[in-house]
Write a protein that binds this ligand. Structure first.
Ligand code: DGT
Ligand code: MG
Length: 370
């Protein structure tokens, strides 16, 4: 590892895939502020500035110590003038007026509320805001608004799915999915991915990757799992997407596009024990909680790419792709890795294989919280 000029501090890479970022964030005050700015840019459709703030926050998350003044940030990559101004203001005043203004802003607050509904993105949220709507109740009461199936489920189960999912709930869901998939035969592998694989203790959903030992034989898996969940009375909502995967298609370096594997976005019932004496307040009327679950099914030879792509974090994934393209002349996405100079797709059985192809040190999932 190289050092910063004039110091013994190791240089920090501009790429998240060359940094080890655990959940132990020593600069949370700063990164929370930068992420509010990023989110606000996203609501304003300012992609460049949004990415700038996200990259700055990501670099600070990787540091093993807390910054105590702006001088400490000298030599760090990805800190633009705007990010530095915010950091300095926080060190001098304890908070950033720019961030405080955004947090108090009606538009920001409303768009944040609307996008917290499953199936509602910034575009829809903006449309509703422009119509003068300010609360979820107002949206539900407005008969001129057409909700799609996903949004309808999002409102119906809002109370439950807006609450964080715990590790215990993710584990319980793991058992449910394993049981449901077991009817497909003993060869099915099921892996927890997303934030929980990175060691997060809370998530907004539970992500799983399923596959079978023989490529091409995975097609019937998801319909069967969904059917089984339905017959068990656990299926509250399902959006099933058929595979459009084509082996000959070039990997897309763009992150925003979702992958082409067979997948489904679900809302499932998770039974919750009603422990006597522990219930406070008004008695709960039901013994289950609605939980968001994503299932994705790649053919087994694409498994490592899919696992790497769904493990996140979003910023880590973006930088893996950017690193592959700019530093190695390769295209990486959830389906594969393509070497442009050699004009060939590179095979991988494990995530380690992919890091090796890219000439990167292996980064463990719990170090990918960029
Ligand atoms: P959370 O909010 O606790 O569920 O956090 P994560 O990291 O599990 O985030 P989630 O569930 O939205 O997504 C799981 C992973 O899938 C994420 O870490 C990276 C990947 N991913 C998410 N959104 C996109 C997307 O729009 N395009 C692509 N290609 N990948 C995505
Ligand atoms: Mg997730």
């Amino acid at each position: 590892q190289t050092s910063l000029p004039g110091t013994s501090l190791p240089a920090v890479s501009q790429y998240a895939c060359q940094r080890r970022t655990t959940l132990d964030n020593h600069n949370k005050l700063l990164t929370d502020a930068l992420e509010v700015l990023a989110e606000n840019c996203e609501f304003n459709d300012s992609k460049g500035p949004c990415l700038g703030f996200r990259r700055a926050a990501s670099v600070l998350k990787s540091l093993t110590t807390a910054l105590s003044c702006l001088q400490d940030a000298v030599g760090l990559p990805c800190l633009g003038d705007e990010s530095k101004n915010v950091i300095e203001e926080i060190f001098v005043c304890g908070s950033s007026s720019r961030v405080e203004d955004i947090l108090a802003d009606e538009r920001y607050q409303t768009l944040k509320l609307f996008t917290s509904v499953f199936g509602v993105g910034p575009k829809t949220a903006e449309k509703w805001y422009r119509r003068g709507l300010r609360s979820l109740e107002e949206i539900c009461a407005d008969s001129s608004i057409h909700l799609n199936r996903m949004q309808e489920a999002g409102f119906l189960y809002y109370e439950d799915i807006s609450k964080p999912v715990t590790v215990a709930e993710a584990k319980a869901m793991d058992c449910i999915i394993k049981e449901a998939a077991s009817c497909f035969g003993s060869g099915v592998t099921i892996n927890l991915t997303g934030g929980f694989r990175r060691g997060k203790t809370f998530g907004h959903d539970v992500d799983f990757i399923l596959t079978v030992p023989e490529p091409g034989k995975e097609d019937g898996l998801l319909p069967m799992v969904i059917g089984r969940l339905r017959s068990q009375g656990l299926l509250l909502f399902s959006d099933f997407q058929e595979s459009t995967f084509d082996l000959n298609k070039m990997p897309s370096h763009r992150f925003e596009a979702m992958d082409h594997f067979q997948k489904c976005f679900l809302i499932l019932k998770l039974r919750t024990a009603l422990e006597e004496g522990k219930q406070r307040g008004p008695t709960r009327r039901r013994d289950w909680k609605a939980v968001r679950v994503d299932l994705v099914v790649p053919p087994v030879d694409r498994y490592a790419f899919c696992l790497l792509g769904w493990s996140g974090s979003t910023q880590f994934e973006r930088d893996l792709r950017r690193f592959a393209r700019l530093e190695r002349g390769m295209l990486l996405d959830n389906h594969g890795l393509y070497d442009k100079a050699a004009n060939t797709f590179l095979p991988a059985k494990t995530e380690e294989d992919i890091f090796a192809h890219l000439g990167l040190d292996y980064i463990e999932p719990w170090q990918r919280n960029a």
